[in-house]
Ligand binder design. Sequence first.
Ligand SMILES: CC(C)(COP(=O)(O)OP(=O)(O)OC[C@H]1O[C@@H](n2cnc3c(N)ncnc32)[C@H](O)[C@@H]1OP(=O)(O)O)[C@@H](O)C(=O)NCCC(=O)NCCS
Length: 147
Amino acid sequence: MTRILVRAAVAGDAERVFALLTGFATSHRPLLTAFDTTFPELVRLTASGAADLLVAEAGRHHEVVGYALAFRLLTLHANGPIVELQELMVAPASRNEGIGGELVLAVVDRARAGGAVEVTVPTRRARDYYLRLGFEDTAVYLKRSLA
Ligand SMILES: CC(C)(COP(=O)(O)OP(=O)(O)OC[C@H]1O[C@@H](n2cnc3c(N)ncnc32)[C@H](O)[C@@H]1OP(=O)(O)O)[C@@H](O)C(=O)NCCC(=O)NCCS
């Protein structure tokens, strides 16, 4: 069985996370110039508790094979903060080994520890995946492109 370690991302994970990202994105093409600005900021926000940029290491070489990105959002309506899982990606060669599940669990655990009321996830293609992990159907998610 694969041993999986989930931890907060650090600066040295940038190259690996960018490689994973290029496999995740469907609606936007990832640009390295944008990534190089945003990645260190997300590492900083994770250290301060405002975000969770987590990576999963697995295999003999402790390679980073997946990542999750979630944000803590303050709300008025939910009587407390919620955490929104924005991105979840596992390298194709490492799928079906429980790595995605461990990343989601880590986001949920950190949300609970941080006093969040719930964890939400906007998704279309992985709806059934999250249902299996204890999520429920809720609001429709809309977007207005500014491009
Ligand atoms: C979705 C994803 C993160 C799952 O990662 P993973 O490490 O393979 O997941 P786990 O090992 O925890 O779970 C595997 C199980 O989930 C199922 N599963 C995977 N993707 C699924 C999906 N989109 N819908 C429904 N079930 C899914 C697998 O068939 C497998 O089922 P089994 O246990 O009955 O064999 C991975 O497939 C991925 O990176 N996909 C591309 C990016 C993506 O869709 N991200 C989620 C949107 S935010």
